[in-house]
Design a protein around this ligand. Sequence first.
Ligand SMILES: [Zn+2]
Length: 420
Amino acid sequence: MEKPVADIAILNAGQLLTMKPIKNEEEEEDNPLGIIEDGAVAIKDGKIIAVGKTNDVIKQIEFGRNTIQIDANKKVVMPGFVDPHTHIIFKGTREREFVLRHQGVPYMKILKEENAGIISTVRWTRKATFDELLEITRTRISEMVDWGTTTLEIKSGYGLNLEEEIKILKIAKYFKDYSPLNIKSTLLAAHIIPPEYHMRDEKYVELVVNDIIPIIAENKLADFNDVWCEKGAFTREQSRKILKAGLKYGLIPKIHADEMSDAGGAKIAAEVKAISADHLVYASEEGLTKMKEANVTAVLLPITTFSLGKEKFADGKKMVEMGLTVALGTDYNPGTAMCPSMPLVISFAVVRLKMDVVSALYGATLNAAKAIGLDSEVGSLEVGKRANVNVLNIRNYEEIPYRIAENYVEKVISNGEILK
Ligand SMILES: [Zn+2]
């Protein structure tokens, strides 16, 4: 049989983290990250065509005139990071709010500032043109790529009316269609009640259910439908109604659940069979058990908790012990997480969520892919999957959480394209 000519061959990795567990019965030692020492990956047409020891991979492929050889020189090579929860399409920043919050100024007083609160972001984002927002988003995505993210989810939620939510989701679609990254998009019309519906929240829920959801679904502008279930945002009943309305039109439910209080979000996630429930800082044991039974992925966002200066983080360790699929994300947003870095999220997962490094690494790759329905395509290094690969300038995977906020991401390949 003729051997395929590789487009790219990454050779001599010190530790190649395949994220496909290897059981070695003779040594009786499990290898949960599927680490191959002196490993290699070969890529053709944007897909992985061989994974294994460097010597074995070399035997399986042909080197053509145009084959790019990358010598990983004993470094760590792993799948591209997957960020399953971002709000990156917005205009304006809110640094004043951040600074005042940590100086102890009461939130009601902070909201009197010009650039404070979600509503100020909504105001700025509505005023921005499509092209302007597109360029802002392009910059943010390139920052994320610089930190090794090759797959991401993008939410709307700063438009809060039909026209503006369409504008935002069309930008997400642009990057879905034209960037080399793998992107899923989420309608978050139910982020908060927009100011023009103040004291008339049921009217806004009707608009979301009867107009926004059907039109977004019909135009295939989103994969998922999300709601912020919390006091001051949407009630349990409203959340359930909005998520069920999305399901009717083929939009898979997601939910911002139990971030500030046990608002019952985890239980709703289980009830509507959401693909993920996100935040879960205050989720009850009962809610988490129901999530596990309904196969809902838990997405934890520790940077948000840190940025708010809170002491109580989600109990990642317990969720892992309960057998839940636990994923990690940045929650990149202007209010509580101006953070493009999944490596930093992994540091927080280990330090504050008390997760073991293996779980944290799955959380940032394969489990995050599961949270957005892409686990059959990305999140591990396996033949047939998309060629999303990072070369890290470290020798041992335990350095990933240890080197805090150091950008050791040296090379980033997404769908066979070298981006860094
Ligand atoms: Zn969020």
